[in-house]
Ligand binder design. Structure first.
Ligand SMILES: C[S@@+](CC[C@H](N)C(=O)[O-])C[C@H]1O[C@@H](n2cnc3c(N)ncnc32)[C@H](O)[C@@H]1O
Length: 342
């Protein structure tokens, strides 16, 4: 039998890719072994498959990992502990940011919401549980109500990055994890990057830690997000790379960047003219996020980019397109990687 041995910090990334490729032996356990984790495989990996994990320095080993002892899922435990009518309405999904639980309470369960929140928080080991009532405004601020516990400030760890934030004031989308991991490696030490919508450093900090570009100028207008951005830069020790800028990105310096990140989902296209100007005159790369109905992807968002480019006499080429997550029924949050030339 075979397993893939990877350094602990790369486990999440490798695990996700192996799962997507259908190669993980789900009946067997993952084994922690010193600074490494051994991932059980259903078969030996071919040479070209091993190439995919070269960057993470993964090694194929001949090892039979133990079979799992099946225990209850958290949701099964929650169901058992809850004694209300309409149990079938209980949410099967939730978000955990650090040790704060974000829960959607379906219609019909509101009168039990505090009781439900306590049970979920106990089972999921959260210190606080809040009700998710959507995201609003240009700051993308969450609307929440505390149902259990009190403090909403927390530290979320992911891919060896620490993100401190207050979950009552700032969003953190766990569904964007793959994109945060992907972005961590897109740059290199020759580049200047501008993150037009930095938030608490969702993309700037992973890029600084893993790609180590010359500089990242991280623009943010929300004072709460800016405060945590500054804190997270220090927490992750990237003060020499990330320059936080508490200013509207429409005032950003122009003709400076090799790469521009547009991680925003509210009229993102209105910011395209500025993004093209922030890029060096010779061109560069834009990572453009937008929400779009699935049947129009990727042509429609690419049309927006093309139109803005043509107005400035630039040409664009679509390098890649990724569906990040479902935003609402039939609508997806997508990112387009675009090469811009003069
Ligand atoms: C919350 S983030 C988007 C989420 C992020 N892409 C993720 O992965 O979860 C967007 C940030 O852009 C900021 N923002 C909006 N308009 C801006 C502007 N014109 N200049 C600078 N920052 C802006 C908002 O305050 C917000 O913090």
């Amino acid at each position: 039998m075979f397993a893939l041995r990877v350094k602990k910090e790369f486990t999440e990334e490798v695990r996700k890719n192996l799962f997507k490729m259908g190669l993980v032996d789900k009946k067997r356990v993952f084994l922690k072994n010193g600074g490494y984790v051994e991932v059980p495989l259903i078969r030996k990996l071919e040479k070209d498959e091993m190439e995919l994990f070269k960057r993470q320095d993964a090694r194929l080993i001949n090892k039979k990992l133990s079979l799992k002892i099946f225990s209850k899922t958290p949701f099964e435990t929650i169901l058992e502990k809850t004694d209300i009518e309409n149990k079938s309405l209980l949410p099967k999904k939730w978000e955990i940011i650090g040790d704060v639980l974000i829960l959607k309470i379906p219609k019909g369960l509101e009168k039990h919401e505090k009781k439900i929140a306590k049970i979920y928080a106990d089972v999921l080991n959260a210190k606080t549980a809040v009700k998710d009532m959507g995201i609003t405004g240009r700051y993308r601020k969450p609307r929440i109500k505390i149902l259990y516990g009190s403090s909403t400030e927390t530290m979320h760890k992911e891919n060896r990055i620490k993100f401190r934030l207050d979950a009552s004031k700032l969003m953190f989308s766990s569904g964007n994890i793959d994109e945060r991991i992907r972005m961590a490696y897109v740059s290199n030490n020759n580049e200047i990057v501008v993150d037009m919508f930095a938030g608490i450093g969702y993309f700037s900090i992973p890029i600084a830690v893993y790609s180590k570009p010359k500089k990242i100028f991280a623009y943010e207008i929300n004072p709460d997000a800016y405060r945590y951005l500054c804190e997270n830069i220090k927490l992750n020790n990237v003060q020499n790379v990330v320059i936080p800028v508490f200013e509207d990105n429409r005032n950003a310096n122009e003709n400076i960047a090799d790469r521009v990140i547009m991680g925003y989902l509210k009229n993102t296209k209105d910011f395209l003219p500025k993004a093209f100007k922030i890029l060096k005159k010779s061109g560069g790369i834009i990572h453009y996020h937008e929400n779009y109905p699935n049947e129009l992807l990727p042509e429609e968002p690419f049309k927006n980019i093309k139109k803005a480019a043509e107005k400035q006499g630039k040409t664009v080429k679509l390098l890649g397109f990724r569906n990040i997550k479902s935003y609402s029924p039939g609508v997806s949050h997508v990112v387009l990687d675009v090469k811009v030339r003069s």
